[in-house]
Design a protein around this ligand. Sequence first.
Ligand code: CTP
Ligand SMILES: C[C@](O)(CO)[C@H](O)COP(=O)(O)O
Length: 416
Amino acid sequence: MTDTALIVVAAGSGARLGAAREGKPVPKAFAEFAGVTLLEHALRGIDWVAERVVVVVPPGFEAEAATIAARAGVRADVVPGGATRADSVLAGLAAAGDAQHVLVHDAARALTPATPFDRVRAALEAGAVAVVPVLPVVDTVRSVDTVRSVDPARSAAAAGEEGEAAEHVLGERLGAVVDRATLRAMQTPQGFDAAVLRRAYEAAGAARAASTDDAQLVQALGEPVLAVPGDELAFKITTRADAERAEALLAKEAGMQELRTGIGVDVHAFGGVGPRRLAGLEWDEEAWPGPGLAGHSDGDAVCHAIVDALLSAAGLGDIGGLVGVDEPQHAGASGEVFVRAALEAIGAEGWAPVNVAVQVLGVHPRIGPRRAEAQRALSAMLGAPVSVAGTTTDGLGAVGRGEGVQAIATALIRRG
Ligand SMILES: Nc1ccn([C@@H]2O[C@H](COP(=O)(O)OP(=O)(O)OP(=O)(O)O)[C@@H](O)[C@H]2O)c(=O)n1
Ligand SMILES: C[C@](O)(CO)[C@H](O)COP(=O)(O)O
């Protein structure tokens, strides 16, 4: 998986929304929607998207943003933004490290589901240098001309000098219809090859202030920008009406969501002939002396426990019922194959994972040193946060004696 940084820009004032907290104006990202700040809504469940997350906020709001990010379960660097969105993106880029890909996302698009993130990441992985989620335009669109008029009396009053003519604006006159089939509305997250995005910002210099999104700066370099389907739920909360729509959606979600938990356990003995695989990672001799895990597949007990937890939550049996125990096509198969099959099975019934927690029991490999990596790999696999913990069982039992590895997983899934 390529190294990706996600920049969440949240440093706008939100003048068009005009939110207040305790009677004082508050930047939009810190205004509450259904009792939770816009920034927290934007960050919830986003951890899997990138290896590094940078949140850009109005100067003075860094500490509050760090608390919000922690509550949302996202490990983020928080930096102060600038006067324009482009300035804020630039501040985020400076903190994004040397990731190969960068995704820039508006906190104001706080209800964006996982799909656009997934599509943008997939397009970058496939080699695109710039990717933007877009929606078709649904209204009839026309250009307009400004209609001006010279009214001597009003001109005189306006100019304070009798008889002097001055133009004043009467209104707008409709011009030509623009073919909406050729138009698209731009959303975020917008994804880029990091070097190209940095080059675009350098080339734009101070002129970046006039840009309303990042893709147009990249396009100005002559680089191709790929469009992928956006999502209606990724709308930007800009006005009061948008805020009401967001509140209504959140209320509906709170009222309608069905939640279920499930549990899964798997054990594999050491003694396999294939690679040493566990928790979606390959392990080397140093971290894991001796043979890999025995089994018909690759023996990844963590993935298998997750599969059982997902299936148990949805009431769909267990891994044996899903993929069999000795199907020839699954000889040596990686754990990801079974996780995907489980996601498909629960998805067919309308379920999606909310989060998964796994405990690994065994003498080796030690989970701690590669916990972050394992969590990222599994979270990307599931499209939901996965946490991984490890214990040695103090030498007790078969796994404590170093005979194999056991994993216990719990899953929370939602529907509706
Ligand atoms: N100086 C700025 C301006 C905007 N943004 C971010 O860019 C995204 C899109 O901007 P929008 O929501 O339209 O911005 P605001 O500037 O907050 O709103 P308004 O124009 O109504 O003041 C938002 O997540 C906003 O926080 C930013 O990080 N820094
Ligand atoms: C980046 C953006 O969300 C794409 O639609 C939009 O351009 C932000 O613009 P704004 O002027 O900050 O509202």
